[in-house]
Write a protein that binds this ligand. Structure first.
Ligand code: MG
Ligand code: MG
Length: 272
């Protein structure tokens, strides 16, 4: 069942989403060679609690940590460990917050120092596909329109779209209906409705779309061990159009990056 949100509920969800966004911004400054994901996990856990939230992933389905951190060939659901990052690594960080009865949930794949041109392209294309998907989350469209836009763009670049893991509705539960696959057919699937809030999250592999799971029961990695990227936003359908509840603004501020990628989807009233 799809649970639409009132304007008031969407404002509360924006607060949860923005705490995730600020947590990722705080982490952006810390990511460099020699740093471990356990260190980042500890920083994020403290930051979220200090700002009135609870780490949304901690204990969910018995997940042991506050962040899912998935370097290089890991796709998602990586468990933080004490392996130091090296120059040229990429690190996908997925962060959840529970606050005021609602979840925020989004992700960004960071480069550790300088990455190869090939890997930089994977990050660029995956992130661009996220915004192409967001563009399709509008009145009159259906779930398949979002998936199609993401799949088409990424496959045109020769990348593999993970099928087994998908985006989702988000609200009082971290995972609500409907599922939002990163592949699909135009005009198919559930129809979008005013007040829906979803997490769109392309998981894109440089090589094969096939994945494996480590014996830890969590970590998903590419079958060919080539790198994988993951970007995620929380988006509400407001006045028939997609409105971002999350932002990468804090990441870009921390890294000194200029970007207008979110401008078309940002609430006019929002002051960051
Ligand atoms: Mg997520
Ligand atoms: Mg998600």
């Amino acid at each position: 069942m799809i649970i639409t949100k009132t304007k008031e509920e969407i404002e509360l969800m924006r607060k949860s989403a923005l705490l995730v966004s600020k947590t990722l911004g705080m982490l952006a400054k810390e990511i460099k060679p020699g740093v471990t994901s356990l260190h980042l996990d500890k920083l994020a856990d403290e930051y979220i609690r200090d700002h009135g939230g609870y780490p949304g992933f901690l204990g969910m389905y018995d997940f042991p940590n506050s962040l899912c951190i998935s370097p290089n060939e890991q796709v998602v659901h990586g468990i933080p460990n004490d392996t130091p990052y090296e120059e040229g690594d990429i690190v996908s960080i997925d962060c959840g917050v529970y606050m005021n009865g609602f979840y925020g949930d989004h992700a960004y794949t960071f480069a550790v120092g300088e990455v190869s041109e090939e890997v930089a392209k994977l990050l660029e294309v995956t992130k661009k596909s996220l915004y192409l998907g967001i563009e399709q989350f509008k009145e009159g469209n259906r779930v398949g329109d979002v998936g199609y836009a993401i799949q088409k763009y990424c496959e045109d670049h020769g990348y593999g779209i993970v099928r087994e893991l998908v985006g989702h509705g988000v609200g009082r539960d971290m995972h609500e209906d409907p599922e939002i696959p990163n592949y699909g057919r135009r005009g198919r699937g559930k129809k979008f409705k005013e007040g829906m809030v979803i997490a769109i999250e392309p998981m894109v592999n440089m090589g094969t779309r096939r994945i494996l799971q480590l014996p830890d029961g969590w970590t998903i990695l590419t079958a060919d061990r080539k790198p994988s990227a993951h970007f995620e936003h929380n988006v509400a359908l407001v006045d028939g159009k997609p409105e971002l509840l999350s932002t990468f603004y804090y990441i870009y501020e921390a890294l000194g990056i200029e970007s207008n990628e979110e401008d078309a989807f940002r609430a006019k009233s929002l002051v960051l």
